[in-house]
Design a protein around this ligand. Structure first.
Ligand code: EPU
Length: 420
């Protein structure tokens, strides 16, 4: 396991470009399976999850070129296998996104229960309901999920949860079903919108992009396309918090205004100053950090994103006053606060979903292990703000979702190095 070694207390300064959205590139890679023509993806983030999904796709006989670079060329001329490699599926929740495209192209798919971050129960029932509504038959075996589809048909789907990946899987299967599919109670996060834009370029007509009712008019033959992945609002929010807690001042390029309204509303409320310089450059610096004066609760888009909750808790430790943070989505996302407590934070874990943070507190460097992507980056942000040295083991876990963590933070002046 690799680790980051951080000497905290250095204010971040300078300019950094936000990387592209992990949760956009993964469904978009899966969508490339829907055509036998080549698709070119640009601005691909250099993160671990892309490598894992690319390897799973190669195992299906798909040509995937450029893994580890900014440009991916994917050609699913023919698909030779419909079984996802179990050891790779265990690493990536998003591997389930291949189910819709495989059903669409070869009429069957087989996989284990997907792995990924251990942040809660993470059921797949909503996916199966949506795929079944479109005509798939899903068998839950001892080890594998086996799905097949004989007669795909458009349907009216009402999801039982506003699930991001279930919405995406439904879109991916509906994309090649001629006729109309309606997905209601759909997720509409920026990454779901990005997938919709990509499918539209391929020839699928989609009404209601960005809302929770999507109307999909599928087309049997979809085109190969070139698509640029949009930037990651969670990364922008995380960088902004890192600048604020270190008392720094940074500019973040490729910050998309419409994707940042709720994160910036909370950051501004907590005394983090932000302004757009030009169309998409966000300048960030802290003034007097204060508790927001009301609880912070995660919600589906356009609410406060669950994936930014862990870094925001670190901001809470540096803000004057008490804040209740409530993430009702995941059962285990909050447990990492025990590590912040060892660093000196004053946090009460009320129950698995709620923590009460009292600030400000001085954080001290510690040796820690990263539990998941978002908690890992939150600990890294805490380490940047803490006095003394911290070591964070499990760097690979953080790198599943964040690009070139050590060199990019170092470019802002952070004292950080990576060791194997
Ligand atoms: N949930 C509800 N009710 C809802 C919506 C969600 O109970 O109305 C629960 C679900 O049961 C589940 C959890 O909330 O336990 C998350 O729901 P969802 O199905 O939307 O999660 P997902 O599709 O598996 C994606 C992202 C996650 C992100 C969530 C929520 C991808 C590949 N993953 O997961 O990203 O946290 O949506 O926005 O898109 C991450 O990037 O670190 C990550 C975990």
């Amino acid at each position: 396991m690799a680790k980051f070694i951080i000497e905290g207390g250095v204010p971040l300064k300078g300019t950094i470009r936000a990387a592209a959205n992990k949760n956009a590139v993964l469904p978009i890679m899966a969508a490339c399976l829907l055509t036998e023509n080549e698709c070119v993806l640009e601005n691909v983030p250099k993160i671990g999850d892309v490598l894992v999904l690319g390897s799973i796709m190669k195992g299906l006989g798909v040509k995937v070129e450029g893994l580890g670079t900014e440009t991916l060329r994917i050609k699913a001329g023919s698909i030779k296998s419909s079984r996802l490699e179990p050891s790779l599926v265990a690493k990536l929740r998003a591997s389930i996104l291949l189910m819709g495209p495989l059903l669409s192209r070869v009429g069957e798919a087989r996989m284990r229960h997907p792995g990924g971050c251990l942040i809660g129960r993470r059921a797949v029932g909503t996916h199966f309901d949506a795929l079944s509504a479109l005509g798939a038959k899903i068998m839950v075996g001892e080890e594998d999920y086996e799905a097949e589809i004989k007669k795909p048909k458009g349907a009216n789907i009402f999801l039982d949860e506003v699930s991001v990946t279930a919405t995406e899987n439904a879109l991916l299967l509906a994309a090649r079903i001629p006729g109309k599919t309606v997905i209601e109670n759909a997720a509409s996060e920026p990454h779901v919108q990005d997938l919709c834009q990509m499918l539209s370029k391929m020839g699928v007509k989609i009404n209601g992009i960005g809302t929770n009712k999507l109307e999909v008019f599928g087309k049997k033959k979809l085109s190969g396309i070139r698509h640029r992945i949009s930037s990651d609002n969670i990364e922008v929010g995380t960088l902004a918090i890192a600048a604020a807690v270190t008392g720094g001042r940074i500019k973040i390029q490729e910050a998309i205004r419409e994707h940042l309204r709720m994160p910036l509303l909370y950051l501004n409320r907590m005394g983090v100053k932000t302004r757009f310089v030009g169309e998409d450059v966000l300048e960030v610096w802290p003034e007097k950090l204060v508790a927001p004066g009301r609880k912070v609760q995660t919600r589906p888009w356009p609410g406060f994103p669950t994936d930014l909750m862990s870094p925001l808790i670190v901001l809470g430790t540096q803000a004057k006053g008490a804040t209740l943070f409530h993430d009702w989505m995941f059962e285990s996302r909050m447990f990492f606060v025990d590590k912040l407590i060892t660093m000196g934070a004053d946090i009460i874990l009320c129950d698995p979903h709620r923590v009460l943070v009292n600030g400000p507190t001085k954080l001290r460097g510690k040796n820690l292990v990263s539990p998941d992507i978002r908690a890992g980056i939150a600990l890294l942000v805490a380490a940047l703000c803490a006095r003394g040295e911290s070591q964070i083991e499990g760097a690979e876990l953080i790198e599943r979702g964040f690009e070139e963590v050590d060199s990019r933070f170092a470019s802002l002046g952070a004292k950080i190095k990576r060791e194997e």
